[in-house]
Design a protein around this ligand. Structure first.
Ligand SMILES: [Zn+2]
Length: 480
């Protein structure tokens, strides 16, 4: 078939078909306009599975593999190692580094930065091929995480294989700057990534996201492409909103936690003074504003050590920090003490629930039971903040597009009476996506000043390799 004819036929299902058979041959890649051999460094004449097989078995290919393999394996492993260890490529321009290498590793010529840049896409393709092989014919769970990188929004598409007996580790299959943060763009990025990795839409069973409008709309769009998809709102995101609502219900407690943090975060001297007055208790917590769980824990701390911390704070003088006076007043206010007690009594279970749900290896039954326990405990609270929190929880939980369906599947799993073959794949399906997000926490690090030269595609490759290596200890050795 001629290439021009082929170009006209380049629909996504065609790329899907090629990638499917090509994934058996790690030396070959499909670059959109032809099949290319990484060892022979040339394009194959034919287009089908037989051509690929013939080429890989040919004497010429075997010869180029023999000639190139040792050095190219080294270069590929080297690039992989740089990416996984987060070593900037501009290290290769450093004359001291090159001199050291030449002296101690003379048998392996250190590639230049330009060579590394040229070869990087091939290494990325090899990793993509390995991921493609792993995902082949598997049932999948998908999430999209939106990250702020400088002024841009970047969408990371992550998948897990739905296994019947355990929760599998995530793979990153796309990381792209979003032109706009809307449902169409998210849908486009997810579908593009699934196509690229030859995932059949009917194999995508779960989509877990936050509850933002664009994610809800993107989920609805995805369902029209992926007929078996259930869209679930991450339960940890829901709990985040609950804690936020508790926090806004207790402004004085929030003020106390923030002022105490400000007093001690800036002054080692005041911290030492505090330790001297009360040597037996931990230092006042300094929760990050983004961490809802830490805010609750801080409130529990002030409840537990109320009298000791109050006595210590009264010994400080307002001259030492401008927040001291306010704190002293708050500690003297009986409502503050009562509220702290109330928060501890009513919401202690939330911190435990959050910690348990963060454990990605839970079964579906375990995590759904936990979510429903949270709901039932909240709905029994009789104070106003508790009722507001319970209502909010119920709105999000039951407003969840497919929560009822997942609940029904969970009942079937519990009773061991499955209505369809697909249901068994949900036994360890995660209803949270936050651990996945945490696994990519280093995202901003690869955009540090020394690496701003990385293209979007290279940055995607680095992240893909980092996550792949994290879960595959043997990923370092290329298949020979
Ligand atoms: Zn070849």
């Amino acid at each position: 078939m001629s290439v021009s004819k082929q170009n006209r036929r380049q629909t996504l299902p065609f790329a899907y078909q090629i990638n499917r058979f090509i994934s058996k041959y790690p030396d070959l890649k499909y670059n959109g306009s032809g099949i290319y051999c990484l060892m022979c460094r040339r394009r194959l004449v034919g287009w089908n599975a037989i051509n690929c097989r013939q080429h890989v078995l040919s004497a010429r290919h075997k010869q180029s593999r023999k000639m190139h393999m040792p050095y190219w394996t080294f270069v590929y492993d080297f690039i992989f190692m740089l990416s996984v260890c987060d070593i900037p490529q501009n290290m290769l321009d450093n004359s001291h580094f090159r001199a050291f290498w030449q002296k101690y590793v003379p048998n392996w010529a250190l590639p230049t930065r330009k060579q590394v840049c040229t070869e990087f896409p091939h290494v990325k393709e090899v990793v993509e091929n390995q991921i493609r092989c792993e995902l082949r014919d598997k049932k999948l769970w998908v999430t999209v995480e939106i990250v702020d990188v400088k002024k841009d929004k970047v969408g990371n598409v992550l998948v897990r294989i739905l296994e019947e007996n355990y929760s599998s580790k995530p793979f990153l299959i796309a990381s792209q700057r979003l032109k706009q943060l809307d449902a169409d763009t998210i849908h486009y990025v997810v579908i593009g990534a699934l196509m690229k990795f030859s995932v059949h839409p009917k194999n995508v069973l779960m989509f877990v996201t936050d509850e933002s409008e664009h994610m809800l709309a993107a989920g609805a769009k995805l369902k029209s492409t992926c007929p078996n998809l259930l869209h679930i709102i991450c339960i940890l995101h829901v709990l985040h909103h609950i804690t936020e609502s508790i926090r806004t219900s207790y402004p004085d407690i929030d003020k106390l936690i923030i002022s105490m943090k400000r007093i001690f975060v800036k002054s080692a001297k005041l911290t030492q003074q505090f330790q001297k007055i009360c040597p037996k208790i931990p230092e006042p917590p300094q929760p990050l504003l983004a961490s809802w769980e830490a805010w609750l824990k801080a409130a529990f701390y002030y409840n537990g050590y109320f009298d000791v911390v109050k006595a210590a704070m009264i010994q400080f003088t307002p001259k030492q920090s401008r927040y001291i006076k306010g704190c002293q007043q708050l500690f003297k206010d009986p409502r503050v003490e009562a509220d702290l007690k109330m928060i501890h009594e009513n919401y202690g279970f939330l911190v435990d629930a959050i910690e348990i749900l963060q454990e990605a290896s839970l079964s579906l039954t375990e995590s759904m039971d936990m979510a429903e326990n949270v709901y039932s405990t909240l709905s029994h609270l009789e104070n106003v903040p508790g009722m507001v929190a319970a209502e909010k929880f119920s709105d999000i939980l039951w407003g969840n597009p497919d929560y009822e369906k997942l609940r029904a599947i969970n009942e079937c799993l519990k009773e061991d009476r499955l209505n369809s073959d697909l249901q068994r794949y949900y036994s360890h399906a995660n209803i949270t996506c936050m651990d996945v997000e945490r696994s990519l926490a280093s995202y901003n690090a690869i955009f540090t000043s020394t690496k701003t030269c990385l293209s979007e595609s290279a940055a995607e490759g680095v992240l893909m390799m980092q996550l792949y290596a994290k879960h595959n200890k043997r990923a370092f050795t290329w298949k020979k």
